[in-house]
Design a protein around this ligand. Structure first.
Ligand code: SF4
Length: 382
């Protein structure tokens, strides 16, 4: 990938921001121009990130929202080529929390003041009724919390059961919106099935999130540009974007890790195009040669997900190696959140933070360089 000509970049940014202001689809060639650049920072990054921050600040405020993550099962029947939990990996440590252990983790999330609990697992074939009881058990104890599920592809009947039990949101990343590329990294799986699941979830009233990995084998800038357009078409409430990190016990063990620079540019372009979607500064971004989550927030992200998986099991939920903070005690990450928000010049927000889709106003958003930001909101920007 090469450095973009500054004039081409400025024109592409202008057209993309203008299309976003008017609720129109971006040009794919413009998205590719904005995404192009070196592995590290590009000269044009600051203009791109400033445009993304301006849209984030206008749609969700200068805020960093928190979601408490509980990884409750590392069993998985799937064979994604990039994931350390794939069923073929005999070296993976498998665990499944009991309902009581999940309730204790939920208590820890609430004790930290957080009002969203994300229950995540591999596709472990769990009994749907059991998970429904866990969801309703959390809701009975903490009626004020939002519950997000992230347990993969299931039947519409299961999604319906969990929704009735009180689940509010569902996360299911596609990793790529290209059917051929999708088939090349998911043995025996089809993108169409995943899209059917996402349709069912939306239809059942969930707030729906998806996302992609950046930099895995076979992926090009054109793929990522189409992914960003796909996010807009589907109008997702939440979108997770993280770099690919090769795991030694997977098919992709010898592949190069995804580029931090490209991941940050993908976050920024996604913010500009999707406007009010919640975008996490992903744990994967925090698990590279250094923690790039503040950089993710400076590129337009507005969510961080501190880990509340019991300390005994944290290191076993190893989708990729080198995951940050796996040796910390349960909930310790929550203490770092204020520092992250401060470094990104954002205010820490403990609200449930339900979807902002449908609430936003459109129109040009003035771009402010990061260093010149003030806490005083210019009303003319609304
Ligand atoms: S990405 Fe999810 S579904 Fe795929 S192998 Fe890993 S845990 Fe299983």
């Amino acid at each position: 990938m090469s450095e973009t000509n500054p004039c081409d970049f400025a024109a592409a940014l202008d057209r993309t921001a203008s299309a976003s202001d008017r609720g129109r689809a971006p040009r794919l060639d413009d998205l590719e121009t904005l995404l192009d650049g070196p592995d590290g920072p590009a000269e044009t990054d600051e203009a791109l990130f400033a445009a993304a921050r301006a849209i984030r600040d206008a749609t969700s405020g200068e805020r960093m929202f928190l979601r408490g993550l509980v990884e409750f099962s590392s069993y998985c029947g799937n064979t994604c080529f990039y994931c350390g939990l794939n069923r073929a990996n005999r070296n993976a440590a498998r665990y499944r929390l009991t309902a009581d252990e999940i309730f204790s983790s939920a208590q820890a999330v609430r004790d930290a003041g957080i009002r969203t609990i994300v229950l995540q697992s591999g596709e472990d074939g769990m009994d749907a009724r059991w998970l429904a009881d866990v969801v309703s058990g959390i809701k009975a104890r903490f009626p004020e919390v939002a519950i997000t599920l992230s347990v993969g592809e299931r039947s519409r009947a299961d999604y319906s059961l969990w929704r009735e039990a009180g689940a509010d949101r569902y996360l299911m990343r596609v990793e790529t919106s290209d059917p051929v590329l999708y088939a090349s990294i998911h043995a025996g799986r089809e993108l169409a099935t995943r899209l059917r699941c996402l349709d069912d979830l939306r239809d059942l009233g969930y707030q729906v999130g998806s996302g992609i990995m950046v930099g895995f084998p076979g992926q090009t800038l054109a793929h990522i540009a189409r992914d960003v357009a796909f996010f807009r078409e589907r109008d997702f409430d939440m979108i997770g974007i993280g770099p690919f990190i090769p795991h030694p016990d997977t098919v992709f063990r010898n592949a190069r890790a995804g580029s931090v620079g490209l991941t940050l540019r993908t976050v920024a372009v996604t913010r500009i195009v999707t406007r009010s979607a919640y975008l996490p500064a992903t744990t994967a971004l925090g698990s590279m040669d250094r923690d790039y989550r503040v950089d993710g927030l400076r590129a337009g992200a507005n969510v961080v997900m501190p880990n509340f998986t019991p300390a005994l099991h944290k290191k076993d939920y190893e989708i990729y190696p080198g995951k940050r903070c796996v040796t910390e005690r349960t909930g310790a990450c929550a203490g770092c959140m204020a520092g992250l928000a401060r470094m990104a010049d954002l205010e820490l927000d403990y609200a449930r933070a339900d979807t902002l889709k449908g609430t936003e106003t459109r129109g040009p958003v003035r771009t402010r360089p990061f260093d010149e930001k003030t806490k005083v909101r210019d009303e003319s920007l609304d």
